[in-house]
Design a protein around this ligand. Structure first.
Ligand code: HEC
Ligand code: HEC
Length: 308
């Protein structure tokens, strides 16, 4: 049997012995002891430099005065310092100018993603594609109710939109409603009949949806000649729109389609600009998003769909 009780360093014996195994007093290896003392020292240094001992309401501060929240705030300040030159430029430029400057455009698009997610995605969906049948327009296509120029998008965001189509149930006979539903279905397939057009014209649809039924942007009336549906292309749903209208407050079954406004002050300013006037504020205008944020979002929406 091997002798497991070798004692090459001739260390003294502690006198303990179990089953023939003797306990000696040889010291641990030097590297090990140094590491032990160093780690003790490190604890002491850490203890002095950083917050360590918990007290009743607080803790010891450490001579560096470091705190996690302070570090976070410093990092945040660094990010903001890097953004500041961009933000300052955006504040002074028009949305059109931002669109034309590649660097600023990319910055605006990048920083809009959070803004869009926080304020718009609930209705318009991520990436501008809402849930089907939710009743919100797709922003990621080049079919526009109100228009896809950067100025029009700015107006849409600043003042909001609320297209209005009156309920027609009291104005039309059952046959006329059937005929108009058929007309809308046919028209979306490019197969509208002469009789259908006559009905469309004589019942006043033409006044809002236009002579070619492609919609009128000043009113946000939908294009009836394509298969991009604002609400739905199902005959029953088309019938519902015709009977009960859109945003017609006098009809409880009306479709509701409200795009909230985000900056009334900017809305007044943009409106005045159109007429080359000085904006007149009455002091009650709300600003849910800053003008700069709206510019960023307008640039973002413009590049999402086919901006014009
Ligand atoms: C409460 C739901 C809701 C929210 C939130 C919302 N929208 Fe809308 N948005 C609508 C509706 C409804 C319409 C269509 C209005 C109409 O039919 O008259 C619309 C229309 C638009 C249009 C016009 C599209 C066109 O074809 O002309 C744009 C652009 C737009 N929204 C962008 C945004 C952006 C950007 C945000 C975030 C700042 C936003 N919306 C937030 C509901 C919403
Ligand atoms: C006073 C203006 C007005 C009149 C009159 C009008 N509409 Fe509309 N219509 C609108 C507007 C505005 C919308 C879009 C509403 C929205 O998107 O918020 C709309 C939407 C529709 C839609 C929904 C299209 C889709 O893509 O889902 C249909 C269908 C429609 N109209 C058919 C008709 C027919 C048929 C008539 C004639 C009986 C008519 N409208 C008369 C303003 C009008």
């Amino acid at each position: 049997m091997a002798d497991n009780n070798q004692n090459p360093h001739e260390c003294p014996d502690t006198g303990h012995e179990w089953d023939g195994i003797r306990e000696l007093t040889n010291p641990p290896p030097r590297w090990w002891s140094i590491a032990l003392y160093l780690s003790g020292l490190l604890v002491l240094v850490y203890f002095i430099l950083y917050p360590s001992l918990p007290l009743i309401n607080d803790s010891t501060k450490g001579i560096l005065g470091w705190t996690m929240i302070k570090e976070y705030k410093e990092d945040l300040a660094k990010v903001e310092a890097r953004r500041a030159p961009f933000e300052d430029k955006l504040a002074e430029m028009s949305a059109q100018e931002i669109l034309e400057d590649e660097e600023l455009r990319n910055y605006a698009i990048g920083s809009s993603k959070v803004l869009y997610g926080d304020n718009c995605a609930a209705c318009h969906g991520t990436g501008g594609i809402p849930n089907e049948g939710a009743g919100y327009p797709i922003l990621a296509d080049d079919d526009w109710l109100y228009g896809g120029s950067i100025e029009t998008i700015m107006e849409t965001l600043a003042s909001g939109r609320q297209g209005m189509m009156p309920a027609h149930r009291a104005m039309l006979t059952d046959e006329e409603v059937d005929g108009l539903v058929q007309f809308v279905v046919n028209s979306s397939n490019g197969e509208a009949t002469e009789a259908g057009w006559q009905l469309y014209n004589s019942k006043g649809c033409v006044a809002c949806h236009g002579a070619d039924a492609k919609g009128v942007r000043q009113m946000g009336s939908a294009n009836l000649t394509d298969r991009i549906w604002r609400f739905s292309g199902e005959p029953d749903e088309i019938r519902h729109t015709i009977l009960h209208g859109v945003n017609d407050a006098s009809n409880p079954e009306t479709r509701v389609a409200v795009m909230p406004g985000w900056n009334e002050k900017l809305a007044v300013k943009l409106d005045a600009q159109k007429w080359d006037e000085e904006p007149e504020y009455d002091g009650t205008e709300t600003e849910r998003l800053s003008e700069t944020d709206i510019k960023k979002l307008a640039v973002y929406v413009h590049q999402l769909g086919g901006g014009e």
